[in-house]
Design a protein around this ligand. Structure first.
Ligand code: ADP
Ligand code: MG
Length: 333
């Protein structure tokens, strides 16, 4: 059997429970956006780490070094946001081909610094080594949160409204523009910028963390059709999603029309939007919607509902059930 038969999550599933049995009950290991390390009765550290490899996660011909530095940290901060926590410190381990220009690395660190400064999250250490021919970047982030506010993937309840914090599919559209070299129009530039410089939803995550009506939460790194399954599996529930309600940008709509892309496939199966996906007690929805608009000047987007069932998503369009399913990104599938 090869790795591509079982996929990324099949691999993790082979050892996850052995290690999870070793940990104390106030902590949480493999299985959520971050590990939770209890500090005391009320507070916990949260820890996330992510790996980016040249030619798998990024193409150095396309992304600027500043954007790459920014994005390397952003994808980790997004996991901290997904817990409803605040980032504290980061660590950077990097494998660098030896003919790399120092100017390139300086620019990379400028991008990394820009996002660190935005959230007052200093780089505290790491490791630097030579790599054969590709840049390899691993970032780890430590955050802190109030235990009662931390949001797990396992907390979705029947009847919850499923919401997202912003437009989906822009990043996947940006990647398509890059690969098809249709990157000159203003809409393409918008989409490419979303792909190269995602914004972690730290403030939104902290705010949502404080709302007891918000039950489960995670960030969208692989596309909702894949990511929502993690919430469903952890919560032992099913979901109904209304494709018409999935928010997409005007730029993505234009690009999809002009290039004949399947916008639903991009919005549900495309990764790297780094918006938040969360479930919310139905009665609380109007109040949360109003308060969130006041706080952030934008709305949360309801896209469906949690129902009883086993780890399945039913898709609806114009009120009718759809047969097709879009699968999210699995690194080895
Ligand atoms: P995310 O997309 O939020 O970064 P993933 O879906 O990549 O999370 O990973 C799911 C869970 O599996 C996370 O809790 C992560 O820490 C854990 N995980 C992934 N790869 C490994 C690994 N090689 N060893 C231990 N845990 C892992
Ligand atoms: Mg995540």
């Amino acid at each position: 059997m090869k790795l591509n038969n079982i996929g990324e999550f099949g691999f993790i599933g082979r050892f996850e429970s052995r290690f999870n049995q070793m940990i104390q009950k106030q902590d949480k290991g493999i299985g959520d956006d971050c590990a939770i390390l209890s500090i005391n009765e009320t507070e916990a550290h949260v820890v996330s780490t992510d790996l980016l490899i040249e030619d798998i996660h990024f193409l150095t011909d396309h992304i600027s070094p500043e954007e790459l530095g920014y994005k390397s940290l952003a994808v980790n901060l997004s996991d901290i946001a997904a817990m409803g926590a605040r980032p504290l410190y980061s660590f950077l381990s990097i494998g660098i081909p030896k003919n790399t220009d120092v100017a390139y690395l300086d620019r990379f660190m400028n991008g990394y610094y820009e996002l660190s400064a935005k959230y007052n999250c200093p780089l505290m250490g790491g490791d630097t080594t030579q790599s054969a021919d590709r840049l390899v970047i691993n970032v780890g982030v430590i955050g802190i949160g109030t235990k009662a506010d931390l949001k797990l993937r396992s907390a979705a309840r029947e009847g919850d409204i499923i919401c997202v914090s912003g437009n989906l599919g822009d990043s996947a559209g940006g990647l398509k523009c890059l690969l098809s070299k249709t990157n000159e129009t203003p809409y393409a530039l918008h989409l490419i910028n979303k792909h190269h410089k995602p914004e972690p939803r730290i403030n939104e995550g902290l705010w949502l963390g404080k709302q007891s009506a918000v039950h489960a939460m995670m960030d969208i790194s692989d596309g909702i059709s894949s990511d929502l399954k993690h919430i469903l599996k952890a919560s032992q529930k099913a979901a109904q999603i209304d494709l018409d309600k999935i928010p997409t940008s005007e730029e993505l709509k234009r690009a999809a029309t002009e290039n004949q892309w399947d916008i639903n496939a991009l919005a549900t199966g495309g990764g790297e939007d780094y918006e938040l996906l969360f479930t919310l007690k139905e009665e609380a929805f109007p109040g949360i919607q109003k308060a969130y608009l006041l706080e952030f000047g934008k709305t949360v987007q309801p896209i469906g509902r949690i129902v009883e069932g086993k780890n399945e998503i039913s898709w609806f369009q114009e009120g009718k059930p759809l047969k097709t399913s879009n699968s999210g990104y699995d690194h080895f599938a």
